[in-house]
Write a protein that binds this ligand. Structure first.
Ligand code: KIV
Length: 278
């Protein structure tokens, strides 16, 4: 482990002192760029199911696929804390399965922590994983693995009872020992209240500016994922457009014999050419 690696206690210590900047990544190329830029936390999100593998939702992605993406990211992140997202049914079936699968992210993939979706109903499992020495990031609000049960990808906590439930969920997870808590698609006033009420950092995605940190899905930030764009996404560039232009320029140059040019070609020496009669 590099000596400058950000640790879990350092992430917790940032609360009320410094905002935490987190992003997702799924490969070594982007992990290196995020790491060198100074991103605090890289989440290998199960959003890879939709973003990288082209599924409709996050449910089909497997442990083996998540471990493959996580290994690549961990190789590229020398400084950032790398969190592996536990896929659907890798932790819900039993506490021992949850510990075993969470441990694989640390042991086989080189992650420093895992993320687990859910509130009070999963708090006991999270407590057991934490007790096994595996740091856990919680995730409440819109939890995509429960999208069918929630009736779709909707903002959560908009009425009194669901807002109260989210507050209770946050407290139960703090009690279970999570080191940080993702709040996804939660009204900003509620996210601000939860942030004040708990002692660990909240990381918002569609949860307003008062959270202790923010996370975005990297291809959303880059303007690369075009299937849909939630309201909370800010695209800082349009890489899909830039990429398309570059690919069209390549296509045209290949078709017209303009690529490769002299500067991209290897040459025989005059001596060898003479011997071969070229
Ligand atoms: O899978 C993911 O990318 C996530 C983030 C949206 C928090 O869970």
């Amino acid at each position: 482990m590099a000596s400058s690696k950000i640790t879990v206690p350092e992430i917790i210590a940032k609360k009320d002192k410094e905002k935490i900047a987190a992003l997702t990544a799924y490969d070594v190329l982007w992990a290196r760029i995020l790491d060198e830029a100074g991103i605090d936390i890289i989440l290998v999100g199960d959003s890879a199911a939709m973003i990288v593998l082209g599924y409709e939702d996050t449910l089909p992605i497997t442990m083996e696929e998540m471990l493959l993406f996580s290994r690549a990211v961990a190789r590229g992140a020398k400084r950032a804390l790398v969190v592996g997202d536990m896929p659907f049914l890798s932790y819900q079936t039993s506490v021992s399965e949850a510990i075993k699968n969470a441990g694989r992210f640390l042991k086989e993939a080189g992650c420093q922590a895992v993320k687990i979706e859910g509130g009070q109903e999963i708090a006991e499992t999270i407590a057991a994983v934490v007790k096994a020495g595996i740091p856990v990031m919680g995730h409440i609000g819109l939890t995509p693995q429960r999208a069918h049960a929630l009736g779709g990808f909707k903002v959560q906590g908009k009425d009194v009872s669901s807002a109260r439930k989210l507050i209770e969920d946050a407290k139960a997870l703090e009690e279970a020992g999570v080191f940080s808590l993702v709040l996804e698609c939660v009204p900003k006033e509620l996210a601000a209240y939860i942030t004040r009420e708990i002692s660990i950092p909240t990381i918002g995605i569609g949860a307003g500016a008062q959270c202790d940190g923010q996370i975005l899905v990297l291809p959303d930030l880059l303007g690369l994922f075009e299937a849909f764009r939630p309201k909370f996404v800010k695209s800082y560039t349009n890489m899909a457009e830039t990429g398309r232009k570059a690919i069209l320029a390549y296509l045209e140059e290949v078709k017209n014999g303009l690529f490769p040019g002299e500067e991209h070609s290897f040459k025989l020496s005059d001596e060898v050419k003479k011997e071969l009669g070229l």
